[in-house]
Design a protein around this ligand. Sequence first.
Ligand code: PLP
Length: 383
Amino acid sequence: MSFPAERRVEIDLAAIRHNVRHIIDVASPARVMAVVKADAYGHGAVPVAKAALEAGAVWLGVAHISEAIELRKAGIDAPILAWLHTKDSDFSAAIELGVDLGVSGWELAHVVAAARGLERPARVHLKVDTGLGRNGCPPEQWDGLIGRALEQQEDGLLRVVGVFSHLAVADEPHRDETDEQIERFREAVAVAEDQGVDLEVRHLANTPGTLSRPDSHFDLVRIGIGMYGLSPFEGQTSAELGLRPAMTFRTTIANCKEVPAGQGVSYGLAYRTGEATTLALIPVGYGDGVPRVATGAPVSVNGRSYPVVGRIAMDQMVIDLKATGIAGTDKTLLGCEAVIFGDGNGTPTADDWAQASGSINYEIVTRISPRVVRSYVDSDVAP
Ligand SMILES: *Cc1c(COP(=O)(O)O)cnc(C)c1O
C-alpha cells in the first residue's frame, strides 16, 4: 500500500504543454523561450523544461549559470541562456556546457578570460537597459560595449548571438513606458547591426508583453508565468487568457473538532469564534512556503472553500467550517483532502493567496518550500 505525500504539489505537465502551445500561437512567428529559473517558479525545472520543449519551445532561460548546469546535467541539449552573474559565477562551466551568457557590461572581460582558458568561444547575448534600471548596459555605453564585444569576436573568443532587454510595466498594458522601451530597444538593435553584429535573436518580451504587445515580440519571447498557467494581469484570470494553472497544492486534514463561541484560535488568539463552530486543522504553514500574512485566504474541501482564521504558524493553519453543517453531527472532515490552491475549478487559486497576502501569483507558487513533495501528472494521458 502506498500513501500519498502528506503535503504535495501536483504539477500537470499537460497544462504546461497546453500553455506553451497557446503562447506559441500568440507569439508566432516569434519563437518561444521557456523561462525555468527558480526551479521553474517552484514547478520543477527539469520536468517543466522537457514538457516545454516537447510542446515547441525552442530555448530555455534561467537566471543563474548553476540553474543552466542542472538542466545540462539532466541531459537537456536545447539552447539555454543564463543572464544574472556575479564575479563568482563559473563562466568556464557555462562555456564548456554550451550555455549562452547574458552580458550587461563587466561580465564581458570575465567571459572572455574563461573562453581564452578553454580555447573555445563563448556565445553571448548583450543586454541593454531600456528603462527597467536593473541589469543591462546604459544606452550611453551601448556603443562602446558593442565595439569591445566585436573586437573579442574578431579574436575568436566570443560570438555575439543576441541582443535583449527586459520590460518594466508590461503587466499594466495602458502605460506608455512600454512604448519607450520598445523604441529604445529598436535603436539598440540598430546600433548593433550598424556596427556589423550578425544577430540570431533579438528578444524583449516577457509573458505580459507577449500577451498584450505584439510589437514587443521581435524574434523570441521569454515566457515564465504564462507557461505555468497564471495571469500576469490584475483583473484578468487564467481562463480569460486561455491558460491552465499547472500547480495544485494539496494536503490532508489533520484534525477536526467542535468548539464553543469565543474559542481563541492560534498564536496571539487573534481570532475568536463568534459562535459555536467546527474547526479543521490544515498541516501546512509558512515552513511549507505559504505566506504567514495570508490569514483569510481560502482552502477548499470537497469543492467548498473555507477561510483560514487566526495566525498562520510554521507548520499549520486553521479553517473555520461554519458553513458545512457538520457541527453537532457525527460527521468529520478528518482525513479529507484539502486544496490550498489549484486550477480554480472548485479550488482556490494562487491569485486568491496572492490577494490575501498582498503579493503576486509568481511569489505564491515560487515560494513553496522543499518540505512539500512535488509530483507530476499528465492529464492528457488516461490514468
Ligand atoms: C523572469 C524573467 C522572464 C519571465 O517573465 P514572466 O513575466 O514570468 O513571463 C523573462 N525575462 C527575464 C529577463 C526574466 O528575468
